[in-house]
Design a protein around this ligand. Structure first.
Ligand SMILES: Nc1ncnc2c1ncn2[C@@H]1O[C@H](COP(=O)(O)OP(=O)(O)O)[C@@H](O)[C@H]1O
Ligand SMILES: [Mg+2]
Length: 178
């Protein structure tokens, strides 16, 4: 692992490992470590969120759900779009707010993208027949996972995307795996 100091030219996405004690920049290579993800990684721009999505796409096991937590405009769909692209989805991934979920096929696996924002109750998820449509190997990303309640697989990974408090610039986000 490269522990060289952060250099702007080598770190275009602006990745910072959050360390409350030091809060110093860390090299982009640190984002390959899941420990860094659990501490939290700060990105300075949308491109940083997309870069992290590609990295997590390499780490998330197949047949695993990734719950994307975060408020409106946090960057959940942005993250899902970059994740999908990284695993070979060629279609443009848009928010499935109205369809609740979209299913994409790649040569290597299925990619399902759920936006549970408008789901009335967790039991409504059963009518989507999502679980009947998924064939291994698959990856499922869920926005507003709290609305799925106990329908969320117990082995789901949880990623939190949050803006940083003022005076941090509006394009900064903290991404943290739980
Ligand atoms: N660092 C960032 N990561 C993700 N999105 C960002 C970032 N900075 C600004 N944005 C903007 O915030 C918005 C996020 O929208 P979206 O991904 O649809 O959020 P959500 O799905 O969480 O509601 C987009 O307009 C995007 O351009
Ligand atoms: Mg969204």
């Amino acid at each position: 692992m490269n522990n060289a100091p952060n250099e702007p030219g080598r770190n275009p996405a602006g990745l910072f490992c959050e360390n409350p004690a030091i809060s110093s920049p860390c090299p982009e290579t640190a984002a390959h470590s899941l420990d860094a993800w659990r501490r939290g990684i700060i990105v300075r721009a949308e491109a940083g969120t997309a870069a992290l999505a590609s990295l997590l796409a390499e780490r998330l096991p197949v047949n695993t759900t990734l719950a994307l937590h975060g408020g409106l405009g946090a960057g959940k769909t942005t993250f899902a779009r970059a994740f999908a692209h990284a695993i070979g989805v060629r279609e443009n991934v848009t928010s499935p707010s109205f369809a609740i979920f979209n299913l994409y096929e790649t040569p290597a696996r299925q990619f399902a993208h759920v936006d549970a924002y408008r789901l009335g109750a967790p039991a409504d998820a059963d009518t989507l027949l999502l679980w009947d449509l998924l064939r291994p190997p698959w990856t499922l990303l869920v926005e507003w996972p709290e609305n799925l309640g106990d329908r969320l697989p117990p082995d789901a990974w949880h990623l939190h995307i949050s803006p940083l408090p003022f005076p941090a610039p509006a394009s900064h986000r903290l991404l943290r795996l739980e």
